[in-house]
Ligand binder design. Structure first.
Ligand code: GDP
Length: 439
């Protein structure tokens, strides 16, 4: 996400980097390029103009600091302005009330149902009992979709397939939630392909009936400027509390993220970067500005890891490593945890400096496939004790996994190297050995 904007902004600012001084002339040229980069990324014209005017004003108003290069100074100014543009501070969703009620609104296909599942998982991980409610009375498939997601994340789904009145379903769901002691109710509503009066009336009626503590508007960031217009229409009618931007993993140019806040004056609270239930992040304006400027986003990466890694599983693996017992089974389990964190390329994009580097590289989660196939073709005994792998076993595994003996040998070698490294780290930790380069 944002790769194009990042590279254009960086090249705009590079023109200043070689210059020893900030002057009217070079700032004007740079600012013009920044404005063009923003507009190419689908940022609303008015918003792009406002922000670049402020950047220019600030750049020219800066005292000349001997220790700071003009290029660096400009990066700082642009970073601050982007952060402000996207809302400054991170905004939490409001989960007050017992139960608290979250209403999810948006057009059909924007990612409402997927997000409802993700939010349910996210809140459940925070230790609260959640109920998901299917309020789409027009598409029976939408109820099934929510049920599948609910099962996946281990959250109960309330539905009344025969009831054609969204308001009464929502009210019944709320009574049910109270009876069952659920703490958070997430109501997924019906969307239409375009804004229409009947849909707006229906969701407004649901809002009036269940008085949500939080209304989140879900919007597909790939729809560019339309996203901003739809947000405005929904906000005029519903006065929502926050925005969820979805599909930021696609080739969205990112402009919606930069314009929505400014146009509707409501904060973006979450971003969604994939179809998997884990691909959800809280929205931090400053971290997003980091990402846009290619400064990476290590904090979001760490949070994603904390969410994805099961602590018991981590403790179990740690113990096995400490006992020099790490097997292919454990390796396989680790791979699955990494994959749960989401798309590898997106994850790498969060590492400072990597975003630009991996922009055109083709890395996908499929890269793990041959490794997984090889491990799956091993017997339990072989996974636990790879030393027994003689040539005929290796051959069987290569055939079974659709790989070559060479690929099997490579994996075995890498695995052995990994185990050697683990044994060495154990000795270092136990004080039996020093790190080689410290000796
Ligand atoms: P709804 O009609 O608003 O409930 O939308 P859905 O939740 O059914 O999503 C529509 C499609 O977009 C589905 O195929 C989802 O898997 C997909 N989708 C949702 N969120 C994301 C996302 O963040 N990234 C990508 N790549 N796909 C998404």
């Amino acid at each position: 996400m944002f790769e194009n904007l990042s590279s254009k902004l960086n090249s705009a600012m590079r023109t200043l980097k070689g210059n020893g001084r900030i002057t009217d002339v070079n700032v004007a040229a740079t600012v013009k390029e920044i404005r063009r980069a923003l507009m190419d990324a689908d940022v609303n014209y008015k918003v792009a103009k406002e922000i670049t005017d402020r950047i220019k004003e600030q750049a020219l108003g800066q005292k000349i600091l001997i220790s700071v290069e003009p290029g660096q100074l400009l990066v700082k100014i642009v970073h601050e302005e982007l952060t402000q543009l996207m809302g400054g501070q991170k905004q939490e969703i409001n989960l007050k009330g017992d139960p608290s009620v979250v209403l999810i609104a948006g057009l059909q296909g924007s990612g409402k149902t997927t997000f409802s599942g993700k939010l349910a998982q996210y809140i459940k991980k925070g230790g609260r009992q959640v109920l998901l409610v299917a309020c789409d009375i027009y598409r029976p498939a939408a109820i099934d979709q929510l049920k599948v997601l609910g099962e996946q994340v281990g959250v109960e789904v309330y539905a009344e397939p025969e009831n054609k009145n969204a308001v009464s379903i929502a009210e019944n769901a709320l009574s049910y939630a109270r009876k069952m002691g659920k703490k958070v109710v997430i109501v997924d509503t019906a969307g239409r392909l375009a804004v229409d009066e009947a849909m707006m009336n229906e969701i407004a009626a649901v809002k009036a009936a269940i008085k949500p503590t939080e209304i989140l508007f879900v919007v597909d960031s790939m729809t560019g400027q339309d996203a901003v217009n739809t947000a405005k229409t929904f906000n005029d009618r519903l006065d929502f509390d926050g925005v969820v931007l979805t599909k930021l993993d696609g080739d969205s140019r990112g402009g919606a993220a930069l314009s929505i806040r400014q146009v509707v004056e409501k904060p973006i609270k979450f971003i969604s970067t994939g179809e998997k239930m884990e691909a959800l992040d809280q929205f931090y304006p400053d971290r997003m500005a980091n990402r846009i400027l290619g400064m990476g986003d290590v904090l979001s990466l760490v949070e994603r890891a904390q969410q994805a890694f099961d602590e018991d599983e981590a403790a179990r693996l740690n113990k096995k490593i400490r006992q020099n017992n790490f097997s292919f089974e454990d390796f396989y389990a680790q791979l699955q945890q990494i994959k749960k964190m989401g798309n590898i390329k997106d994850l790498m994009g969060m590492v400072p400096g990597m975003g630009q580097a991996v922009k055109d590289v083709d890395i996908s989660n499929d890269s793990f496939k041959p490794i997984e196939a090889i491990i799956q073709s091993m017997t339990l005994k072989e996974r636990q004790n790879p030393d027994i792998l003689n040539p005929s076993r290796k051959n069987r595994i290569a055939v079974g996994s659709g790989t070559s003996i060479q690929q099997v040998n490579n994996l075995l070698k890498q695995f052995e190297d990994m185990r050697k490294m683990m044994r060495m780290m154990n000795k270092v930790q136990d004080g039996k050995m020093k790190m080689p380069n410290m000796a």
